[in-house]
Design a protein around this ligand. Structure first.
Ligand code: TYC
Length: 99
């Protein structure tokens, strides 16, 4: 970049898009097995990965599931939250920008 004299900026590198964390929130009602099933279906996790993420949220209150571009994070969080809602569970996924 050269912004000293002319106030023009030339970008030589392509900016990477801001990434968004998908966060799983604990609640007192959604069955553990249901949380695991949603994690496997929407986030393509193995049984072990899904169990570990579910237990982290259960014990600590929240767990970062993964990091995606904004569009993907939004649609996965929405789809996963919707699966809970359709089954009558208050399961909640949110997104948060990185850094
Ligand atoms: N706390 C729930 C229970 O005891 C299980 C659960 C875990 C729910 C993680 C949500 O993000 C969650 N049945």
């Amino acid at each position: 970049m050269n912004n000293t004299d002319t106030n023009t900026v030339t970008r030589t590198k392509t900016k990477r898009p801001r990434m968004y964390k998908v966060i799983l929130e604990n609640d007192d009602f959604t069955p553990r097995e249901f949380v695991i099933r949603v994690l496997k279906t929407v986030f393509r996790m193995t049984d072990d990965e899904a169990y570990n993420k579910m237990m982290t949220a259960h014990q600590k209150g929240i767990c970062v599931i993964s990091v995606y571009t904004r569009d993907v994070a939004e649609s996965k969080a929405k789809e996963a939250t919707e699966l809970g809602k359709e089954a009558g569970h208050p399961l909640m996924f949110t997104i948060e920008p990185e850094k």
